[in-house]
Structures are given as C-alpha cells and as structure tokens.
Design a protein around this ligand. Structure first.
Ligand code: NAI
Ligand code: MG
Length: 394
C-alpha cells in the first residue's frame, strides 16, 4: 500500500477546528499518510500581503493532493486596513486564495454532492398532495466549472480607455457610452469551449459510473446566449456519447424553484462557475446545509478537497468547539474516492450515516440551535464528540 503525502491547509477560523478532526477519522479508518501543513488565509494576507504563500503553491505542486479547511476574506477597504503597517500603501491587492489556487492549478472540475442522510433532522420536508409531510430523498451531484465564467477575475470599475473603445464596437454598448468611468463596473463572464466540454464530460462520466439516469445542464441560454449557449451546446454534443443517460436542460432561476418542489427528480447537475455555486448551495440547503456540504476541486494534476462552508469567525474561539465536522469529513472521503481508496471512503460514509440515523450525537446545527457556548446545555455534542462517535462506528 502506498503512503500518501497530503498537503493540509487549515486556513482561518473553524478551518483549524474541522481539518484535524477529518485527519483523525482518516487515521481511524486505517488510511496511511503524511500530512504536511501549509500556510493559507487571512493571517498571511495581513503579515505578508499574500494569502496564498509560495510555499503552499510549491507543496501542492509537489504532492498534488490537498485538504483545505476554510479562509476568511473581507471587503477591499477592510483588507487594506488590516495589512501590517510596513505593507500599507504599497499596492498590495487582496484576492481569494482559494479562487487563485483553482486557477493556478487549473482545478476546473468542482464536484459537490448533496445527498440526504436518513434521520438528519435538517432534511428538507414538504407537504404532499394528501396534506401529508413527505421527506424526499435528495441524491444530487453538482458539477461546477471552477475556473472561468464570472470568477475569471477579469473585471474593472472605471475600465481603461482601450477596453471601453473595444466594448463600444458592440451595438448594445451604445447606452453605456456616456456613463462616466467611475460609475461603470464590468465583470466579464468568460467561457471557453474546452472547459465547457471538460465539465460536461466529467458530469456524464460520473453519471455513467454511478448509475444516474439524467444529467441536467443548468444555465440561461435564452438570455445569456453566448456563454450559457456554449455550455448548452457542449452538453448536447457530450450527451450523444451517453445514449443511456438523459440530458435535461433548465434555466438557473427556474431550477432554484424546482429544486424545492421536486428535488428527488434530479441526479447529476452541470453548470458554469456562478450558477454551479448557486445550485450547489441550493441543494445543500435541502440536505442539512453547511455542516454537510462537501466538495472536490479537481485538475489534471492537482486536487484539493474542502467543505463548502467558510471560516465562521464567530465560532472560532468557542472552546470546546461547536461546529459540525461532517462537511470536512465527507470532503476527506471525496479525496479517498479520488485516489482509489473507495473502500475506506465507503466505511467512513457509512459510519457518518450510522451516527446521523441513530440520532444520539448531534451538533448544534442539527438541533436547530443558535450557535453559542450554551448549546451543550441544550443537548448539542461538541465537534470532538461528533468525530468520536463517527470513529467509534468505524
Ligand atoms: P460561513 O460558512 O463561515 O458561516 C455561515 C454560518 O454557517 C455560520 O455562522 C454557521 O452558523 C454556519 N456554519 C458554517 N460552517 C458550519 C459548520 N461546519 N457547522 C455548523 N455550522 C456551520 O460563512 P460566512 O459567515 O458568510 O463567512 C465567514 C467567512 O468565511 C468570511 O470571511 C467569508 O469570506 C469566508 N468564506 C470562506 C469560504 C471558503 O473558505 N471556501 C466559503 C465561504 C465563506
Ligand atoms: Mg458558494
């Protein structure tokens, strides 16, 4: 059995709480690895003017597998104000280190499974036709293009003259020609055909491998004709190679309505960066929310696994910690699946499912409590107790 080397990036806030818990579970499942901790996040922005230090980039380049917790980011003015005094007024510009990591290593395939765990009190319920409450089983996997679209970072307020000149060649720009530069903000939505093809292919391959009957491409090609249109076109071309899988097509706005009406109808979803982000949060909300939402960022060479939640700074100082480690643990399972350790991943997922179904150990979110130090008096388990319960089931 090979001994893996994994770059761990706990980051900020509760990233430092949940990542070590996931490692405890991996070890308990008998997964053998060395963990090399790498710096990332707000602290490094403040101290070095760089939230993604070169050391971390080098480690990822070398070892190719990363487990990431969460980072804190703050708006432009706050970011500038919190820089170390020696770095102030020196043109340092904050950018999201996770977005940069995705682009640098071309982690263009983002996978976000959203699956119901029976017995989770946070599961979506709805009233059925006879007035009876139903708890539809959601088994959705969102494939989000992870490097382009509205997150390409090509944007301006007060765009340079040359950009304005170029844009003004488009007839639809006429009505903006007189807008003063400082009143004009532009964020480009860039799609490339190879990236659309790769995300569509990844979605169909996954559907085939795991027996899903449909892939739904979720964009808005009737309005955003060029970019959404390209994704739609590539989905249709890709679908021809998978005759046993149906291709459905929905618009993002309608999809947000349908996902609460008939969530059980959907299987694999595929979308560009922004819409993929939106639908994955939508579906995650039906299966327990941020405490359960896991994800993978996969490139040709490097792959990084992370919960979709952020650093939840208001809970970072609570001792003992209250947050749910399951999203991070499930993200670690996605890493195991990615490297072919599917048996161990399955055992961990079964242990998680067992603890949830049994219902004895529940973190504050599962009890629908407002977070705070008093949640333990009201029956909530600590982060550590939840992990312990999962490990015991292994
Ligand atoms: P957040 O995801 O950190 O927290 C929102 C709320 O969700 C929390 O207050 C908490 O009630 C709940 N929550 C989050 N994780 C949980 C867990 N594991 N268990 C139980 N409850 C949990 O989002 P927020 O508050 O909008 O952002 C906080 C910081 O995190 C910001 O600086 C933001 O920029 C950053 N962020 C980072 C992300 C990342 O690292 N990928 C993603 C989202 C936000
Ligand atoms: Mg999101």
């Amino acid at each position: 059995m090979s001994w893996h080397k994994i770059v761990t990036m706990p980051g900020d806030g509760i990233g430092n709480v949940v990542l070590p818990e996931a490692i405890r579970v991996l070890e308990a499942a008998g997964f053998k690895a060395d963990y090399i901790e790498a710096p990332i996040g707000w602290k490094y922005w403040c101290e070095e003017g760089n939230p993604l230090p070169d050391k971390t980039i080098d480690l990822l380049r070398n070892f190719k597998l990363g487990l990431f917790g969460a980072i804190t980011s703050k708006p432009k003015a706050k970011a500038a104000a919190e820089l170390a005094p020696a770095l102030q007024n020196k043109d340092y510009v904050y950018y999201s280190p996770i977005v940069k990591m995705r682009q640098l290593f071309d982690l263009d395939i983002c996978i976000r499974p959203c699956r119901t765990f029976p017995g989770n009190p946070l599961n979506f319920i709805k009233r059925g036709p006879a007035g009876v409450f139903e708890e539809p089983i959601v088994d959705v996997v969102v494939f989000r293009q992870n490097t382009e679209g509205l997150y390409s970072g090509v944007e301006w307020t007060n765009p340079p003259e040359i950009v304005r000149d170029a844009l003004e060649t488009h007839p639809k720009m006429d009505k903006y020609n007189e807008v003063p530069g400082e009143d004009l903000a532009i964020s480009l939505r860039i799609f490339t055909r190879p990236a659309c093809r790769r995300i569509c292919t990844a979605a169909f391959e996954y559907a085939k491998k795991h027996g899903y009957k449909s892939v739904t491409v979720c964009e808005k090609p009737n309005v955003i004709r060029e970019t959404s249109g390209m994704m739609e076109e590539e989905a249709q071309k890709t679908a021809k190679n998978y005759p046993d899988i149906q291709l459905w097509s929905t618009n993002i706005d309608a999809q947000m309505m349908w996902l609460t009406k008939n969530p059980q109808d959907y299987g694999v979803m595929v979308a560009g960066n922004m819409f993929g982000d939106i639908i994955s949060d939508g579906f995650a909300g039906l299966v327990g929310g941020l405490g359960f939402a896991c994800s993978a960022n996969i490139g040709q060479d490097v792959a990084v696994f992370e919960p979709t939640h952020g650093s939840a700074p208001k809970y970072e100082k609570l001792d003992p910690p209250i947050v749910n480690p399951i999203a991070m643990i499930l993200s670690a399972c996605m890493m195991l699946d990615h490297i072919g350790e599917t048996g161990k991943a399955e055992r961990i997922k079964n242990a998680v499912a067992g603890v949830i179904a049994e219902g004895r150990v529940r973190t504050y979110d599962m009890l629908m409590l407002k977070g705070g130090p008093d949640v333990f008096d009201r029956g909530a388990a600590t982060t550590t107790e939840m992990t312990d319960a999962i490990i015991k089931r292994l």
